[in-house]
Structures are given as C-alpha cells and as structure tokens.
Design a protein around this ligand. Sequence first.
Ligand code: AKB
Length: 319
Amino acid sequence: MRKDKILVIGANGQIGSVLTQALRRSFGEDNVVASDIRDSENHPGLFETINVLDAQRIAEVVDRYHITQVYHLAAILSAKGEANPLKTWDINMSGLFNVLEVAREKRMAKVFFPSSIAVFGNDVPRYGTPQNAHLSPSTVYGMSKVAGELWSQYYFQRYGLDVRSVRYPGVVGYQSDPGGGTTDYAVEIYHYAVQEKPYQCFLKNNTPLPMIYMDDAIRGTLELMDASSDKVSVRTSYNLAGMSFTPEEITNSIRSFYPDFKVLYQPDFRQQIADSWPASIEDSQARQDWNWQPKYDLDAMTADMILHLKEKYAVSSLT
Ligand code: AKB
C-alpha cells in the first residue's frame, strides 16, 4: 500500500463513483476520501459533502485527512451546460480555481483534472483529430475545458503543481449513470436493450463520436497519474481514444444479443453539439509518453455491458 491520501471531488458522478472504487483498491480504503455536493449512499467508506464553490470547505477536508492528491471531477457537462451557460462557466471554472489554489497552498503532490473531446470545434479534421488541433469549442462546457487545460498548464509551469489531464471521449459503463452529456445515449441504449424495451435516440443514426469503455477510461487515468513526471510531456491534456461508433453501429452490435431490439431516431439539440465534435481522435502522444493502450472495441464492450446489466436487472427484479 502507498502513502498517498486522495480526495475525489464529484465522487457520486458517472466516472467519479467508479474511479473512487478503483483508487480504494489501489491505495487502500482508508486513504481515499469520496466527496460530492450530494450526500452519498453509494460510498460506504470515507465521505465528505463538498460544494466545489466553497474553497474553505475543500481546504478543511484536505487538512483533516492530510490529502496529498485530488481528483477533481465535479463539472456540468455539455448538454446540461447549454441550459445555463453562465452558471456552467462559474461552476466549472470557480471549482477548478478553488482546487488548484488549495492544491498550490497545501503543496499537494498531484491533481487530476478531466478534460474532454468537447474542447474541439468544427474547424478540425473530424477523423483522427490530432493532439494539437485548434481548439474552438461550440459549448460552454468545451470552453471551460479549454480554459481549464490552459490553467492546469499554467499552475504546472508557474508553481510546479503536478496537474495531469486526459480528454475523455464519451465514457460507457454499466456501473453508473451518465448525467447531462451528449454521449449519454451510448449508456442509455444498453439499459433499454437489456430490459427489452425500444430506445428513442436523441442523435441521428449516422453520427460518429469518440467513445471509451469505463474500464479503459479508469485504467488510462490511473496509468497517467502513476507515470513518472518526466514522461508527462503534455501539460494541457492528452487525447485519449478508445473506439468510435455511430448509434446505428452500436445498435447492430447490440442486435447480436437482442436481434429484435428497436431504436427510433428523434434528434434534438444535442445533435448540433455532436456534429461539432470529432468523429474519432488520435492519441499517439499518450501511447508514446505513458504507453496508453485501450483494450475494448465496440463488440467487446457490448458483450461486457450486456453481461453486467443483465445481472443488475436480474438482482433488482428480486429486491
Ligand atoms: C459529454 O457528452 O458532455 C461528456 C464528454 C464527452 O465530455 N460525456
């Protein structure tokens, strides 16, 4: 077991809840404090309520547990963020500033800040979008991630704070529900398939987007955070690729388990966001610097999602 003490902010979220468990397996139950603005029943271990807008509260928890690393996952995502752009900017940016400042003041060893494929806009190569492509996002969430990447790099260069980051694609997992993203359909669709219900998709059938399976996303995050500092050449954020597919392709993959599965396409405002994002991204820098390698393709993900969701729904029908 290692000596680090870790604080996860946003631990009730889609990625935060799974990451907290993975960190506890690796660092020990007593060395990982989960926190979120909402109280949690999901975290039987150490848990503190934190609103990221309250810097004093973050500092208090950091002091109480002698925290050495923070994973800052609290943010408003792309689709939800468009309903209230100024509030989204405030939460995403003030939250990050509070974390960076506390980490700087307390001389923390490492900070993780998640970025997103939402940093890219219409003016990049859509397929295999490179690491250094121009960043001109169309959503306030994407804007906050671009600014966040630059501030992370600034804190590293100016104060030597070891902030690390990946640009997550849409993350698909059975463990937790997504909340307010444009890629959420790729999780929801499996829940409908396993319950043998038709699914109404909010994107067009032929909209390709970069995606990653939760196991790969968590492993990639931990591998980056574990890499020796001299291997981390990108101090804004690394492109992290898993796979790329359209709603029609995921539907066909699901149909190898549920041949009668039906999907209706009713695109809404999220279509415009998806159209402004890459179809796939290129992640050779992460592969080169810290040996990143995804394990799951679409069909492997489908098989694993269906296996676990079938178990989940079988258990919930008994309770
Ligand atoms: C979203 O859809 O907003 C997120 C993301 C790709 O960052 N899942």
